[in-house]
Design a protein around this ligand. Sequence first.
Ligand code: ADP
Ligand code: ADP
Length: 230
Amino acid sequence: MKDLTKVYFQGKREVRALDGVSLSVPSGSIHGIIGHSGAGKSTLVRCLTLLDRPTSGTVEINGVDLTAARSDALRTARRRIGLVFQQANLFDSRTIADNVGYPLEITGVPPTDREAKVAELLRLVGLGDSGKAYPAQLSGGMRQRVGIARALATDPDVLLFDEPTSALDPRTTDEILDLIVQLRNHRSDLVVLVITHEMHVVKKICDSVSLLDGGRVLESGPLTEVVNRL
Ligand code: ADP
Ligand code: ADP
C-alpha cells in the first residue's frame, strides 16, 4: 500500500477514513493490522479487495498496481486477494464442496479440474470428509474453514482475514489461528494479512504488526518491537 487515502463526506464534513497509509508486507509473513472501532479497518479491507476505490494512493502486488485496473483487469486483479469474512458467508443451499468451488465456477474452470482443486483445498483445511455436507450441518469453526478454503480457490497472492475470530469461542479461535499459521508454513509465497481489534490474535500468530488509528499507521514493525512500544 502506498499513501492510501480514502476521504468520505459526512454532510459537509470531510472524514479521512484512511490518511496516507503506506505498508509493505513480504511473502511468507503474517502481518496484523490492529485498531479500535473507527480506525479505518473496514475501509482498508474495501480498498484492498477493490470493492471501493481509494481517493488516492495505490495497492500493489509484486509491483503491479491493482488500483489502476478496470473492467476485465479488475476482475482478474480481485482474484489476487482472497478475503475471509468475519462470518463465513456461505451459501446455505449449496454443499461445502460447491461453496469452495464457487469462485472457480464463476471463472469458468471445468468441473473435473474444479473437483480436484476443491478436494485438495478441503484436505488442506482439515475438512476432507465434509464436501457433501451443507453449511447448517457444520460448527462455526468448520464453516470458517470452508470460508478459508474458498478464499484460497483462485490461488491468491494475499489472504486477507477481516476479523476472522470475532464470532468464535476461545477454543475455536485457537484452532483457526493454528490453521492460519499452518497455511503460511505450507505456502511460503503467500502474504497473510489479519485485520482485527483483538491484540491476543496478533500476539499469537503475527510476525509483524501495524497499529491503525484515525486512518493513519501509528506504529509498524516486528511484533515484539511494536508490542514493547505500546
Ligand atoms: P473501523 O472498521 O476500524 O471501525 P471504518 O473504516 O468503518 O473503521 O471507519 C473509519 C472512519 O470512516 C469512521 O469515522 C467512519 O465513520 C468513516 N466512514 C466509513 N465508511 C464511511 C462511509 N461510507 N461514509 C462516511 N463515512 C464513513
Ligand atoms: P465495522 O463493524 O466493520 O467496524 P462499521 O460499523 O464501521 O463496521 O461500518 C459498517 C458499514 O457502515 C461500512 O460499510 C461503513 O463504510 C459504513 N459506515 C460507517 N460509518 C459510516 C458513516 N458515518 N456514514 C455512512 N456510512 C458509514
